[in-house]
Design a protein around this ligand. Structure first.
Ligand SMILES: C[S@@+](CC[C@H](N)C(=O)[O-])C[C@H]1O[C@@H](n2cnc3c(N)ncnc32)[C@H](O)[C@@H]1O
Length: 255
């Protein structure tokens, strides 16, 4: 399975994605936007999917959403009819130069061609504007979460180690501006957790028999755990945010 087929897999489950995937904590969005806070912000949600991050942006400025998958975009448009939602990709953003104060990317930077995406984001950001890249992931310090990974036989292509700190590669158009992590507990049930996991690219692209066997093992494991067996519990997510600031255009970069 190639990375590009996984990147294109989400539309097949767009409605389930909209229903079951988590959003982002307000504190993470506040931190992402801190360098440009104040005034009327022009915000681009890039790879916006069904609008999970859009939801946290609409109270903070005028939001434009860009997303390549028509089925994901249809969910976003139905949920947020006031948002200007355009078909496009990170490598070809269909918007003018210097038209945003911040570009935010939720759970998607790893699908981009990083060099081309950096050049396009640098083009649409004003000097001093922010690129913030967010990821929701499990808190793998939690014992039952690590047990679930073992039950799923998941390796590092599916999950990350507890203390991994994500980063962006260096790019001459951007100055690194820090990393922050926020708790994002999601109330759920075993059925809800499995419904959410079914919208991940590994599940969408797995052989059906392998996928169902994986979920059978996870369901059986969660039934043995006192934290998850009785009914409602919190899925302990953490939201990682990496922030970089667009430099003034200068002789050191020509994007
Ligand atoms: C895991 S979803 C994240 C959606 C949304 N940002 C969220 O936080 O829920 C990844 C999204 O990235 C989109 N995507 C994949 N490759 C892309 C690219 N090259 N440029 C822009 N979006 C892309 C997919 O269509 C999908 O909607």
């Amino acid at each position: 399975m190639t990375s590009s087929s996984r990147a294109r897999s989400f539309g097949a489950a767009a409605a389930a994605y909209a229903q079951h995937r988590p959003g982002y904590p307000a504190a993470a969005v506040d931190w992402a936007l801190a360098p440009v806070a104040g005034g009327a912000l022009r915000l681009l949600d890039l790879a916006a999917g069904t609008g999970k991050l859009t939801e946290g942006l609409i109270t903070r400025g005028t939001v434009t959403a860009v997303e390549p998958d028509p089925a994901m975009l249809a969910q976003l448009r139905a949920r947020f009819p006031g948002v200007d939602a355009l078909e496009g990709s990170a490598e070809a953003i269909p918007l003018p130069d210097a038209s945003f104060d911040a570009v935010l990317v939720g759970q998607a930077w790893h699908w981009f061609d990083a060099d081309r995406a950096f050049a396009e984001v640098a083009r649409v950001l004003r000097p001093g504007g922010v690129l913030a890249v967010l990821w929701n992931g499990d808190d793998a310090h939690v014992d039952w979460v690590r047990g679930m990974y073992e039950a799923g036989c998941w390796n590092s292509t599916v999950v990350r180690a507890p203390d991994d700190e994500p980063s962006l590669p260096a790019h001459p158009a951007f100055t690194p501006d820090g990393f922050a992590q926020f708790t994002n507990p999601i109330p759920t049930t075993v059925d809800g957790l499995i419904a959410s996991l079914r919208t991940h690219s590994w599940a969408l692209t797995a052989e059906p028999a392998v996928r169902e066997a994986t979920f059978d093992r996870i369901r059986a494991y969660l039934a043995t755990r006192p934290e998850t067996a009785p009914g409602e519990f919190d899925h302990p997510l953490v939201t990682d945010v990496v922030r970089v600031v667009r430099r003034e255009r200068g002789p050191y970069w020509n994007a």
